[in-house]
Design a protein around this ligand. Sequence first.
Ligand code: ADP
Ligand code: MG
Ligand code: MG
Length: 323
Amino acid sequence: SCGYNSSDLYETQEFLMGTVVLQKIYHENAAEIAKEVNDRIAEIESTMTINKPGGEINLLNDAAGKEYVKLGEDTLYVLDKAKQYAEISNGAFDVTIGPLVKAWGVFTDNPRVPSKNEIDELLKLVNYKDINIDFENSTAMLAKEGQIVDLGGIAKGFAADEAVEIYKEHGVKSALISLGGNIFTLSGKPDGSPWMVGIRNPRGNDGSYIGIVRVKDKAVVSSGDYERFFEKDGVRYHHILDPKTGYPADTGLIGTTIISDFSIDADALSTAVFVLGLEEGMKLVESLDGVDAVFITADKKIYVTDGLKDTFIFKDESKEFEY
Ligand code: ADP
Ligand code: MG
Ligand code: MG
């Protein structure tokens, strides 16, 4: 026998959903399990992306204002979740933001600042209430021609939850998956200790942190103005748009992190509270059971929800932040 020790760590990285997918798995056959997870994530990407042709969301968008289209279980589930988070965030999270994401060219090599006129015109297409879902027939339709659903703020969260399902099916007791800023920890480390997840310094390099949360069986999802941005005339334009203005959200936050039981919720919420700002975002998170958050403001202050007071460790090597 090869003497495999189940406490050995298997680690692998793959580029999927526009980001690096890192898996750390403690289990026999970890390589096969990781492959199954990567295949599942690739499937979710091709179903839900609007950055490549094909896929269900492209079908939905192409049929906007025209007809209902048949959708699979995954897409219907994510669309429904997206609507729920739009409702509870008062439209701060709104996946019909697509026309504006396209206009800003956030994901292209040529991002630009659209004119105020263009923004105001496109804002008329942004309204999550125009996502009509017919669960009986497994179909959906966008009310107006030109409307575009962009699941960039929630699909990675769904993918992380699906990865965890696969780990559980294989009896994996301990694993961590990270899709960009979306992290899920399955259980704790093999020795029973919690995973230590760093909260990124939004103004530092990749790998520089302002603190750590100790977690088991939790999603830890971050959003920030540092993930994707461009600068023009000294102004930083980032990829999280405020559906009320059509411009990058400018509520005094530079980073948000949500900790919850499912990654899909954490992903939607991290984007939502980034748009809502500290006060409203804090209010929303404190109103939800089993959800915690870290907020980082532009003036470099860190705020955490009550539930995190014991698990958040402030550790800022840059010495620029205040907690
Ligand atoms: P990341 O993709 O960097 O992890 P988020 O999860 O915060 O960041 O999602 C940001 C992405 O979601 C954007 O790139 C865009 O595709 C989409 N998006 C931008 N603004 C909003 C919004 N207000 N509501 C929902 N989705 C948004
Ligand atoms: Mg998100
Ligand atoms: Mg995210």
